[in-house]
Design a protein around this ligand. Sequence first.
Ligand code: NAI
Length: 412
Amino acid sequence: MARDDPLAWARDHTPILRSFQEEYGDEQPLDGYTVAFASHLEPKSGVAIETLNVAGADVLFAPSEPKSTHGDVVEALDAREGIEAFAWEGMTDAEFDEAQQDLLERGPDFILDDGCELIAKVHADHPEVAESVLGGGEQTTAGITRLEAMDADDVLQFPVYGVNDTPMKHFFDNVHGTGESSLTNVAITTNSIISGKDVVVAGYGYCGRGIARKARGMGAKTIVTEIDPRKALEAHMDGHRVMSMAEAAEVGDLFITATGSREVLRGEHFERMADGATLANSGHFDVEILLDDLAQMAADVSHPKEGVTRYHMPDGRRLNLLAEGRLVNLTGPYSQGHPAEVMDTTFAMMFVAAYDMLVDDPGLSPGLYAIPDRLDRQVADRKLETLDVERDEPTESQRAYERQWEHPDSSF
Ligand code: NAI
């Protein structure tokens, strides 16, 4: 039996990207541009890379995380004319960094990034390349945080669209995508039930909210930890128990971090956890669970199951760490990342960011920009069309009402 194209299944489930391929395949609006693309390299991002190439761009791609690369996808893309891989499965951290540097030396015109990997490196290590980059887009919260810092320091050399901050990205990818895929991967990796467990979610932002909601939907007893008083209150009003991590550490069966910060779970918490507690991270970087503390506290370390590292505490308690503390939904042995339908909207927004800055609205000055709302709405409408879902249009009278500032019946 012939081996299927590794992108085929994802292509079937990414109708917006397919619609871009159909619309721009002949016209080739990105012809003449070289687009650098960093992402977790698996079938869905493969379709995004393919879509940029079908629209005319030469694409250079690298991973945004060394352990989430699917080798068959990389090989299939690299074999296509106009696409070049700076990635392979099983890269070390050093090779990952080197490959990104090699890509940047090729002087891309545009950078579509994940975690501000390429954009930070082009500014730090290849300033002469940064000067000629026309623009960029960033798809995740962690990357936006770094870009905000770069923007505040006034060091950005080109305009960047904050794709993560569009409703079409974070309301779906972060909430539903991270929510479902994190829990799915925890359940598959551990082969344990989530229903009835005390599940502690650190961070009640878009991702944490999705994880907590869906864990409750699966029958878990949810606990949320937060540092922001409004988010803590929101979690409380949504019906989750809210407490400090010190308190939660004593009750949790499963801990999932999604804060974008670091050392959220550390020694003082590991000391309080019960035997068999499971720890997973959904945040972008592998710094949310302090692995050094785990390693120092443990008398022994074992691997009871693929994807699980067990830390044996001197008092006999065993703490189970999933996916080495890296993104649990993307880097574990069974991880497939977000559902394709969700990544369809995220990558559509990345495509739109490149199209708008290169074709429709070039010449923005350097800085971090919100994607214009009209583009977000256009992608939402495309998505609704693919789902065969209809929405209402406001009537003329309703439009006029929106523009009116005086009370309609006002007599003053
Ligand atoms: P967000 O900014 O909406 O939420 C983060 C929340 O964590 C905030 O409410 C903040 O107050 C809270 N927080 C910060 N430090 C904390 C601490 N020490 N303890 C408890 N709460 C704390 O960010 P979002 O979009 O939810 O993203 C969170 C992380 O997940 C980021 O690193 C992001 O890049 C990553 N991410 C991961 C995905 C995945 O596939 N696993 C997908 C999308 C984002």
